[in-house]
Design a binder for this molecule. Sequence first.
Ligand code: FNR
Length: 363
Amino acid sequence: MTTTRKDDHVRLAVAQHTEPAPHAVAGAGHNPAQAANAFDDVRFVHHALAGIDREHIDLRTHIAGHTWPTPLYINAMTGGSARTGEINRDLAIAARETGLAMATGSMSPYLKDPDTAATFTPVRTLNPDGFVMANLNPNATPEQALRAVGLIGADALQIHLNTVQETVMPEGDRSFGHWPANIEAITRTVGVPVIVKEVGFGLSGRTVERLADLGVAAADVAGNGGTDFARIENGRREHGDYAYLHGWGLSTPAALLDARSHGLPLLASGGIRHPLDAARALALGARAVGVSGVFLTTLVTRGTDALIEQITTWLDQLAALMTLLGAPTPTALSSCDLQLVGNLHTFATFADRSPTPPQEATR
Ligand code: FNR
């Protein structure tokens, strides 16, 4: 059951990312790689004399006591079946060749069946010096977390919060109340930094505040606008009767606005389509930016070399954008002037979330 589900996830995620663009065919799917999303509501104010020298750009970033060579990472996706093991192998090669940090998909298949270990271990064996993250759901016990981290010599553990996905998943969990206590128990015992993430529905400021109290080292807001797990799981239901939950949640930019200043370093993922979205997420306060669906689709449809080329191009263009914006480091992007428009502007001004309070309010 689990391994079939993992194969389904890859197939349905790639299908989302290869549907015709919404404007191309009336009524066609939403193809998150090409559709508009809330990152379009984040605009850099152009300053024509802000540019600096490309040679002064330093892409390194600092996460949970570690330095990553680049602010991009391959976010959690897969493992547990023969096919997804091959995908982890190819992602590990791409991570090694480009210096990106990388997470496995949920390692619960391994906890249930140790014979699936070989579908996860290449993430470390093929990339011995890379920053590697294990991934688990919050039902895991501290002992299980130690086993998952130990199997791949993980530098950090991601725990994913996925209440919406579980709700729509036909065979999904229906009890979530024990999650905070489990997370706290794991952070106390696992011995590596714990990063809590969503899976595409966003972490709010209120959630991040609770996570900080539970001993979590960083939070990946993983908002909507990209791969939509409500659509994926609804596509696995016989009657597809949860269609009204498609698009649920906070967008990644909205989650960043809501969650910053709530006590944890933030990572951003969900709906990153190109290097400008990565720059926008860094400008909104993220320390690093994760990509799943777009990289997976490149790998599955065009192969490992194409993925390495895509990541190399993205890093090059991110450095080019930082050069023109006058930001020598990823952190420096957060000093750039931003204009928020559309729904994101409405969200930012709602409940005093505006990043730059109006003059009257500060007097
Ligand atoms: C995921 N994602 C995910 N997240 C997680 O924490 N554990 C997991 O096992 C998985 N599995 C998974 C499978 C597949 C095929 C995809 C595409 C994604 C969610 C992922 O890490 C990310 O949060 C979302 O996909 C949003 O990012 P993108 O796809 O919009 O870049």
